[in-house]
Design a protein around this ligand. Structure first.
Ligand SMILES: [Zn+2]
Length: 116
């Protein structure tokens, strides 16, 4: 059977922007509730497009997943989009893991965490 390279076909930046809208519909705030001024440059671009910001109000460094159920994930934005889609569509963890080439056990613990 043909394996579709779904993750490679998804645009990382577009996936990031979609996740940003889903996770932070009112915009990105630091963990202490300070808004990021429009146009503030990221503090750390090592994992682009998941860039880190440093709050000018309290100095906290954070990114899109800080304080969410996805905090600590090492998946790419494209993988997260497809994982969430799979969960919401009721696909089995085994199916999603195989389709995206991910570790089943790790994905299963993420599923439990996200669906809690
Ligand atoms: Zn702050």
């Amino acid at each position: 059977m043909i394996k579709f390279p779904l993750t490679k076909l998804l645009d990382e930046q577009a996936s990031y922007e979609w996740l940003l809208e889903i996770l932070h519909p009112k915009g990105l705030y630091c963990p202490n509730g300070h808004a990021i001024p429009v146009g503030q440059a990221p503090h750390d671009r090592q994992r682009e497009p998941i860039v880190k910001y440093k709050c000018r109000g309290c100095g906290k460094v954070f990114h899109i997943f800080t304080g969410t159920d996805l905090s600590g994930s090492h998946y790419t934005c494209g993988q997260i989009v497809l994982i969430l889609r799979g969960f919401l569509q009721g696909q089995t963890t085994q199916h999603i893991a195989e389709e995206l080439g991910l570790d089943y056990g790790t994905l299963l613990s993420w599923r439990h965490r996200i669906q809690r």
